[in-house]
Design a protein around this ligand. Structure first.
Ligand code: SF4
Length: 393
């Protein structure tokens, strides 16, 4: 059976953070039960006809939004529904994103009892000034104590997110955040540079001069400190924004970078599957793939599922060429890089035929290097990952 990732999107948040451009819904009363019913109905709908058969669930990821706001009994009902409908590997990674605030993470023991075995905390910072700038509701103390609370609830696999490049942040501040992250004993750290899409409140404030983001030199120095600090603290970088020892790398997110299929449920989620399975001697991607995007509005999603209709807003067929292109630029986000011969066997196209000149150019510029048939990014290639990706278009 092929490994499958399963993503469930929970679109509700207590309030909107000023840097967020996700499709989130802030409502007086979260429809806990109705949303679980809708997700389970979508699961039944997607599995009808056997399109996802011959797969075993290797990972489940509950993201958002703020899935830790979901009543644990309802979240557990969804996990039970998945286990009843699909084969789930005994060692499947089952992650829930949780806000580190003591109140919002009070359900950690119930989440563990419901079947989750990994927590990803939206910690973002350990500095009260930067938590305030990011509009987060939890305190620095709660950032520091969250991993311990997760351990006490039974979780042996805990990840924390950091955001750097926050207004007013210095290199020393960033280094302190990294040291605090390491001191929690988390198993995995994701560190993202603050990105402000046009129109979000913080972007408007920055444009109007009400807040000052680090300039380009300061942002570079902060990023360098974060990367070096995490590695020195025992978190090797394995992807542009992700750091962990090999046995703690994220299974679910790792699937996105290596072309694993993922079934997605819930408002605003998007899924991907190969159109035909790999029959003997047939490359997995020979017939291409299918990606679907669900309705982004939580209200419309709920109404659509209540009518028994299909929540797909858009779907697209991806030819083997597109799959190859995606595998290359996503694979070059990983320090392990891409095995070109395995990729040729997977999609039925030799990457050297299509992208030989691009790869040679990237190598000449010191952005990638080759070891046999494997090509992987250099440190410079990771730093300029967006420009590397653009070369494949
Ligand atoms: S908690 Fe996450 S998803 Fe919700 S508003 Fe804040 S950044 Fe966006």
């Amino acid at each position: 059976m092929r490994p499958l990732g399963l993503y469930i999107h929970f679109p509700y948040c207590g309030r909107r953070c000023p840097y967020c451009d996700f499709a989130v819904s802030v409502v007086e009363a979260i429809p806990h039960r109705a949303y679980a019913d809708a997700v389970l109905a979508e699961l039944r709908m997607r599995l009808r006809g056997g399109a996802w058969s011959e797969r075993a669930v290797a990972s489940v990821y509950l993201g958002g939004g703020t899935p830790s706001l979901w009543a644990p009994a309802e979240l557990g009902r969804v996990l039970d529904g998945i286990a009843a409908a699909l084969p789930v590997a005994g060692d499947a990674e089952i992650t829930v994103e949780v806000n580190p605030g003591a109140a919002e993470s009070a359900s950690l023991p119930e989440l563990f009892a419901a079947g989750a075995n990994r927590v990803s905390f939206g910690t973002q910072s350990f500095d009260p000034r930067h938590l305030h700038a990011l509009g987060r509701r939890h305190t620095a103390e709660e950032s520091a104590s969250a991993v311990g609370r997760a351990r006490a609830a039974g979780f042996e696999n805990v990840s924390i997110d950091l955001i750097y490049g926050v207004p007013g942040q210095t290199v020393e501040d960033a280094a302190r955040d990294v040291a605090c992250a390491a001191a929690t004993g988390a198993d995995h750290v994701s560190a993202y540079s603050l990105t402000l899409h046009p129109g979000v409140p913080m972007e408007k404030d920055a444009r109007a001069g009400r807040i000052r983001l680090p300039d380009e030199d300061a942002a570079d120095a902060i990023e360098t400190a974060v990367v070096a600090g995490l590695q020195a603290a025992g978190y090797p970088r394995y992807e542009i924004s992700n750091y962990a020892p090999t046995d703690r790398r994220a299974v679910h997110n790792g699937g996105y970078w290596v072309g694993r299929e993922y079934l997605a449920l819930g408002a605003s989620s998007h899924g991907f599957r190969l159109v035909s399975g790999p029959a003997a001697a047939e490359p997995a991607a020979a017939s291409g793939g299918l990606r679907y995007h669900n309705l982004s509005s939580a209200e419309r999603y709920l109404a659509t599922m209540a009518e028994g209709a299909d929540p797909t807003a858009k779907s697209e067929h991806l030819g083997a060429d597109t799959l190859l292109q995606e595998r290359l630029f996503l694979g070059l986000r990983l320090t392990d890089g891409v095995d070109l011969s395995a990729l040729a066997a997977w999609c039925g196209i030799d990457p050297a035929d299509r992208y030989g000149a691009v790869l040679a150019g990237l190598e000449a510029e010191g952005l990638v290097c080759r070891e046999g048939l494997r090509v992987h990014p250099t440190e410079r290639g990771l730093r300029f990952a967006d420009s590397v990706a653009q070369r494949f278009f």
